[in-house]
Design a protein around this ligand. Structure first.
Ligand code: DSN
Length: 478
């Protein structure tokens, strides 16, 4: 239902923006139209509430606040202190974490803060403890030299990108793959599931300082109690990146061994995926890591974004409401419906299904690469992202899969029947798509041919679903 107050705020804001740069106002208006008119299945995206969106558009953006709550490098940070403390308090309460750090600007930043905190906490130059050195102020030049050697000589083990891990988990093109000696664990080639015995064997052999668990494209839950046992066997620090499934943890879908927070030494997340907040990151930690995490800014972060931390506080307050638990349960139920919708139509899913918020559809059975599938689906108004599948023959650029997530359309109110229909429409697009050719007439991994009329037919069918579940019904831009 349209809310006149909210509509009026946005209309006036767009007028103000248009008076300076009309093209930005127009693109902002168009973005809402585009998002309203497409089936958003990107597993890492969502729709934040108007309260969260509005909180980001304030004068907190104008303030520098490097440092931590109560210990800033700038004067006049009393209100930033208030909102950062609130965001951290909500995060601690929501996730049951001893410590929370609300400053990271993104997931990669949160992971960098955590990595450096682990290094700072765990690495010591030889002989420091014996000499009773407690403060960095007491380190000699030789100590620093030896620390530098140690820092650059640590091992990290994370899930491989093609098995569903994230590029910040030690993938070579990312700084995490360069600052650490890294190795990766994968999934079982037959079941597509994490094989804990294989992870344990790799950990025993590689003896990492950091064992990273978590994923951005693994469609299954993880037993974090087991991962902690595996880490403990060699004295490794367990870091869990729950960016994708933080909403399922917050909403108590993942509890007990599937809740990483009590088991991990440090847990990182973004706030904008299933958690449905502003774009940003968080680090949760056991108390012993708190001091090291607190050094995130200025160690690896630029000045904290006050307006975004304020929006994190609002979003986390929303996630503490009982309705968020219902939302999280529906995310997982809807992923099941989507997976069943594909399976009953003969499609291949990595790991044979899902028990979290995402489905990884292997499109090779349609004779397509992920890139071709992604483009054909987009032409029909279905927004997805191509994604590697385990041991992907098409590599990380063209890929063989598309990753699909339910958090965004669940926010719009989609349920079982709608997700089954989404699967049906996607299968119609993919089975009507054939690989194209390069300009020289060779087979192409990028171009595709979608049969005439299919895109229009699917767009019309999608519009029926989307119209029943309007996006931002509170907002009428006129
Ligand atoms: N880009 C995010 C995702 O799509 O999973 C993670 O960085």
């Amino acid at each position: 239902m349209t809310d006149a107050r909210i509509s009026s705020v946005y209309r006036q804001a767009l007028e103000v923006i248009a008076s300076v740069e009309p093209r930005v106002a127009e693109a902002t208006r168009q973005e809402l139209i585009d998002q309203r008119g497409s089936l958003k299945l990107i597993a890492s995206e969502n729709y934040a509430s108007p309260a969260v969106l509005m909180t980001m558009g304030t004068w907190f953006s104008d303030k520098y606040a490097e440092g931590t709550v109560g210990h800033r490098f700038y004067a006049g940070c009393q209100n930033v202190d208030t909102i950062e403390a609130l965001a951290a308090e909500h995060a601690r309460e929501l996730f049951g974490a001893p410590y929370a750090y609300a400053q990271p600007h993104s997931g990669i930043d949160a992971n960098l803060v955590a990595y450096w905190a682990i290094l700072a906490h765990r690495i010591e130059a030889p002989g420091l403890a014996e000499r009773g050195v407690k403060s960095v102020n007491d380190l000699t030049e030789e100590d620093w030299e030896s620390l530098r050697r140690e820092l650059g000589n640590q091992r990290l083990l994370g899930m491989s990108l093609d098995a569903g891990g994230h590029l910040t988990h030690g993938f070579r093109p990312n700084i995490s793959g360069k600052m650490f000696h890294q190795q990766q664990y994968g999934t079982d080639p037959v079941t597509g599931l994490l094989d804990y015995d294989a992870v344990a064997a790799k950990v025993r052999e590689f003896r990492p300082l950091i064992l990273v668990a978590g994923y951005s494209a693994y469609p299954r839950r993880i037993n974090f109690a087991k991962m902690r046992e595996i880490a403990d066997e060699v004295g490794a620090t367990l870091m869990v990146d729950m960016a994708h499934f933080a909403g399922l943890v917050a909403g108590k879908v993942f509890t007990g061994d599937e809740n990483p927070v009590p088991h991990a030494h440090l847990t990182t997340t973004t706030t904008h995926k299933s958690l449905r907040g502003p774009r940003g990151g968080l680090v949760l930690a056991q108390e012993e890591y708190a001091d090291a995490v607190d050094r995130g800014c200025p160690l690896v972060l630029g000045g904290p974004l006050g307006h975004v931390m304020a929006a994190k506080a609002v979003a986390l307050a929303e996630a503490r409401q009982p309705t968020f638990q219902e939302y999280a349960r529906r995310i997982a139920d809807n992923a099941q419906s989507l997976a069943e919708g594909f399976l009953k139509r003969g499609c291949t899913l990595v790991s044979g299904g899902t028990d979290n918020h995402l489905v990884l559809l292997d499109v090779t059975s349609f004779g397509l690469t992920g890139r071709q599938a992604e483009s054909a689906l987009l032409e029909a108004g279905v927004v997805t992202n191509r994604n590697s599948v385990p041991a992907d023959p098409n590599g990380a650029w063209y890929t063989s899969g598309v990753r699909l997530g339910t958090p965004a359309l669940t926010t719009r109110g989609f349920g079982h029947d709608e997700f089954d229909r989404v699967a049906e429409l996607m299968v119609e697009v993919l089975s009507s798509t054939t690989p194209g050719q390069t300009s020289a007439g060779a087979p192409s991994k990028a171009s595709y041919v979608l049969a005439d009329g299919v895109a229009d037919r699917v767009r019309t069918a999608s519009a029926e679903l989307l119209d029943k579940h309007p996006l931002y019904p509170e907002i009428d831009l006129g």
